[in-house]
Design a protein around this ligand. Structure first.
Ligand SMILES: Cc1cc2nc3c(=O)[nH]c(=O)nc-3n(C[C@H](O)[C@H](O)[C@H](O)COP(=O)(O)OP(=O)(O)OC[C@H]3O[C@@H](n4cnc5c(N)ncnc54)[C@H](O)[C@@H]3O)c2cc1C
Length: 184
C-alpha cells in the first residue's frame, strides 16, 4: 500500500522544525524512526499534509546519565539504550523492557520518544516511563513545557501534545531516587 501525498521537510535545526510544525498545526507529523508512522501512513490511518523528518537534527541525539537522572533525546534509538553501560547498570528496568521491543532491525531504527508518542498499549516504553515516574519534555515555537508521564498519556494511541508541538526529550529519575514511584 502507498501513503497519500504529503510535503516532506528534513530540517537540520530544532527551531526550523518547530516553525514548520507550528505553521502546519494539526496537519503536521514528526517522522523519527518511522517504525510506527510509516505503517500508519501506508494503511492511510493517518494522512498528514506535511511530515517533518527530525533525523538530521543532531541536538536531539543526546543520551546523558548523572546520579539523579537519565535524559533521552528524541533521536535516541532503542539500541542506543542497550549499548549504554550507564543504562544497563543504573536503569535496569529500562534495559529489561527495551530488550523486549521487537527485533534488532526495529530497535536499531525506532526511537524511545517515538514509542512514547505513538503510545501503543502493547508497547514497553510508555508503561516503563510511568512506572519510573518519568517526565516528558515538550517543545513548540512558543517555548518548552514538561509533563509527568502519567499526564502525557491520554488514551490508546494518543497523547497530550498540542498541534505544532513535539517531544524533545524524556527524563528517567535514577531508581534509587524513587520510593513507590515518587521522587525522594
Ligand atoms: C514489526 C514491528 C514490531 C514492533 N514490535 C514492538 C514491540 O514489541 N514493542 C514495542 O514497544 N514497540 C514495537 N514496535 C514499535 C517500535 O518500537 C517503534 O520504534 C515505535 O513505536 C515508534 O518509534 P519510531 O521512532 O519508529 O517513531 P515513528 O514511527 O517515527 O513515529 C511514531 C509516532 O510518533 C510520532 N513521533 C515520533 N517522534 C516524535 C517526537 N519526537 N515528537 C512528537 N511526535 C513524535 C510520529 O509522528 C508518529 O505519530 C514494533 C514496530 C514494528 C514495525
Amino acid at each position: 500500500m502507498k501513503p497519500a501525498g504529503f510535503d516532506y521537510y528534513a530540517p537540520r535545526e530544532l527551531n526550523e522544525a518547530l516553525n514548520i510544525l507550528g505553521d502546519a498545526g494539526e496537519n503536521g507529523r514528526v517522522l523519527a524512526g518511522g517504525q510506527g508512522l510509516m505503517p500508519m501512513l501506508n494503511l492511510r490511518v493517518l494522512s498528514p499534509a506535511l511530515v517533518v523528518d527530525i533525523n538530521r537534527i543532531e541536538t536531539l541525539n543526546g543520551l546523558r546519565a548523572d546520579k539523579d537522572c537519565l535524559t533521552v533525546g528524541a533521536l535516541v534509538r532503542h539500541a542506543d539504550l542497550l549499548r549504554s553501560p550507564d543504562v544497563c547498570v543504573g536503569w535496569p528496568l529500562l534495559k529489561e523492557a527495551t530488550q523486549q521491543v521487537a527485533h534488532m532491525a526495529i530497535r536499531n531504527r525506532g526511537t524511545v520518544c517515538g514509542s512514547i508518542c505513538h503510545n501503543d498499549p502493547a508497547a514497553e516504553h510508555p508503561s516503563v516511563l510511568v512506572t519510573m515516574g518519568g517526565t516528558v519534555v515538550i517543545a513548540g515555537r512558543a517555548g518548552r513545557r514538561e509533563l509527568a508521564a502519567e499526564e502525557f498519556f491520554t488514551g490508546m494511541l494518543s497523547n497530550a501534545l498540542e498541534p505544532g508541538e513535539m517531544v524533545v526529550e524524556l527524563r528517567y529519575p535514577h531508581p534509587q531516587r524513587l520510593v513507590r514511584g515518587r521522587h525522594l
